[in-house]
Ligand binder design. Sequence first.
Ligand SMILES: NC(=O)c1ccc[n+]([C@@H]2O[C@H](COP(=O)([O-])OP(=O)(O)OC[C@H]3O[C@@H](n4cnc5c(N)ncnc54)[C@H](O)[C@@H]3O)[C@@H](O)[C@H]2O)c1
Length: 252
Amino acid sequence: MEISGQLAVVTGGGSGLGAATARHLAQAGARVAILDFDTERAEAVAAEINGRALRVDVGDAAAVGAAMAEVAQMGPLRVAVNCAGIATAARVVGRDGMPSTEVFERVIRVNLIGTFNVMSHAVAQMKALDVMASGERGVIVNTSSAAWQDGQIGQASYAASKGGVAAMCLPVARDLARDAIRCVAIAPGLFRTPMMEALPEETTRAITANIPFPARLGDPAEFALMVGQIVENPYLNGTTIRLDGATRLPPR
Ligand SMILES: NC(=O)c1ccc[n+]([C@@H]2O[C@H](COP(=O)([O-])OP(=O)(O)OC[C@H]3O[C@@H](n4cnc5c(N)ncnc54)[C@H](O)[C@@H]3O)[C@@H](O)[C@H]2O)c1
């Protein structure tokens, strides 16, 4: 699908990988609606790219429905990119001897259910559109993580949420095939974003030392490039692509 002229929604577009994606799509000629919890940062990116910012908690299905109804007013939605996410870490049982159920539920709610909420509302809009010259109606890009395959200590909830994003990619692609809508997931390694900067320095150092080539953290622009390539390549569908410089995350 050609990016130019399309309407795209990017969740988590106020920061990191989502912000880079919003900028990339806008630069390629798309109009972009940013859905983010953080109004201030989302509005700053939206102002920069002449887009629109909508405040929403992606884990709240009703709020997503309301925000997506506003997106529908902007025109035919062809691209939906889910980048909103949290990486709260917790061992299964904490130092206090208590199960970390609350963290588990919150991370699944935002990363997995939030992705489903936005994706399903985007699909509802795409299904009603005409097929474009490329033969497609729309494309969904979801963000998994390398942790879906090599989750680290403290990442049971995060890996489960990102494993869910990766696992649903094929059934969603199969489900949407009759509607000519593709679904692809990206599983990033470690990228230089505010989320990554929140990790303990020791963890970042250990992960960076483990990246074969290029031996550095990923640049959010490289993630955005991948999103653009997925949108443009009509034969990419139903798969999760690792984008990680061949790294495999160590236990800690
Ligand atoms: N940075 C990395 O190394 C890395 C690696 C693998 C996967 N990821 C995934 O990529 C995505 C983007 O990560 P990032 O590094 O850019 O993080 P980030 O913290 O820089 O940005 C995340 C954005 O999501 C928004 N957000 C968080 N919870 C939300 C909610 N409930 N509703 C709406 N918006 C919400 C935040 O306000 C923020 O703007 C996440 O899903 C993350 O899990 C990141």
